[in-house]
Design a protein around this ligand. Sequence first.
Ligand SMILES: Cc1cc2nc3c(=O)[nH]c(=O)nc-3n(C[C@H](O)[C@H](O)[C@H](O)COP(=O)(O)OP(=O)(O)OC[C@H]3O[C@@H](n4cnc5c(N)ncnc54)[C@H](O)[C@@H]3O)c2cc1C
Length: 447
Amino acid sequence: MTFPITDANPVRFAAPLPPRVGIVVIGGGVIGVMTAFFLSRKGHSVLLLEKGRIAGEQSSRNWGWVRQQGRDPGELPIMVESLSIWKSLSHEMGEALGFRQTGVLYLAKTEREMAGFAAWMDHARAHQLDTRLLTGAETAALLKGAVAPWKGAIYTPSDARAEPWTAVPALAARAAEMGVAIREACAVRALDLAAGRVAGVVTEAGRVACDHVVVAAGAWSRLFLARHGIGIPQLSVLASVAATEPLPEIFPGNAADDDFAFRRRADGGYSIAPGGAEHDFFIGPDAFRSFRVYTPILKKEWRSSSFRLRAPKGFPDAWSTPRRWAEDQPTPFEAMRILNPAPNLRTLGRVQDAFARAFPGLGRPKLRTAWGGMIDTMPDVVPVVDHGPIPGLTIATGMSGHGFGIGPGMGRVVADLVTGGHVGHDLSRFRFQRFTDGTRIAPGPSL
Ligand SMILES: Cc1cc2nc3c(=O)[nH]c(=O)nc-3n(C[C@H](O)[C@H](O)[C@H](O)COP(=O)(O)OP(=O)(O)OC[C@H]3O[C@@H](n4cnc5c(N)ncnc54)[C@H](O)[C@@H]3O)c2cc1C
């Protein structure tokens, strides 16, 4: 089986370009789709532009975990809201989302890991989550057939899973029914600025005038914004995932230890991936420039990361990717409609072995397909969700590997941020200016 969303798929969303709309959203991942969805629900005219296909990048390639557990305290209240939006959307839309509240389980092999879990319980209590610590015996009882080396676990039964590559296109279709104009295969080349503020966008198919633009361009946001002199220290790292053939159910939800992570899939298999932060880090000019601000996270993940000297051609931070371009010529966004990195099969082989050791009754899982995704990350592992430095511009990017679950809640927040509505949460942790105003940049107490 090949990955289901490719640029060979027929274009499904082909709204004509209007000469003017209220708000343009750049990027058809879960953040752009849900922002457009909520803007439309508030009665605004919205155009969503996607250079490739809806959910072609991170939003279809993720693990499909919808979790409150372990979140940065700044994200947690938005995630609690997001979970309730997922529930009502799934009620409204039926099976299309594959949403199930089957729980999230983090497994600990050491007392040190258990202590980290125990410390996070303060945040769970502050939001009345159903999170609890489990003993080794309670943990083993939840995982059928496991050879259990675990001291214990942290468990949130109300956390959930969903099917990324069907859910996000279904949400886009729902947004289109509500009146959002969505156009795939239409890259935005630049912002159109007049008198120092946003006046529209320049796309590969022509200009569109608007009052507001939301940049939700995932791994491409830094490149897009830099052309307008706006700097964010966002980088992307390669994460590899595989879907197994159908297997007997060992746990209906999502679980991870430091060797592997898995999620039960609607098709009866599991999505499996490395459990620790095992990423491939491509060194390009942006990575080079941002090295210092990433030092704390690199120190933490030094051993589990593989470093590669160059990103493949056409990637956002490849050495040969142009940083400046004309508006009347094809841009790097058109040159790479869908960022589709090759997965690291060696890493996935180790995951298969670890899974087989933990669940010997299942044997080494056979893979139906494997894929890679470029996670857009920030040095403090939380996004930028803020107005940009140009009037009319809002930035919602850098979800740092956990934007799928929070997508619906974040979409609601961004819609209110753009239109001056009641945001309802403290967004100060996600400020655009935190990287330049002397704020100490550090990952929060997340798991
Ligand atoms: C392997 C992996 C596992 C993950 N697991 C989880 C998980 O279990 N749970 C979780 O919550 N999160 C997870 N994540 C993170 C989650 O997938 C992302 O945070 C989320 O999908 C980000 O959504 P987005 O809309 O910001 O970006 P994206 O989904 O990347 O969408 C951005 C879109 O913008 C488009 N675009 C870019 N530039 C332009 C332009 N100039 N013009 C037009 N379009 C443009 C791109 O083509 C792209 O489709 C994972 C990510 C990966 C890669």
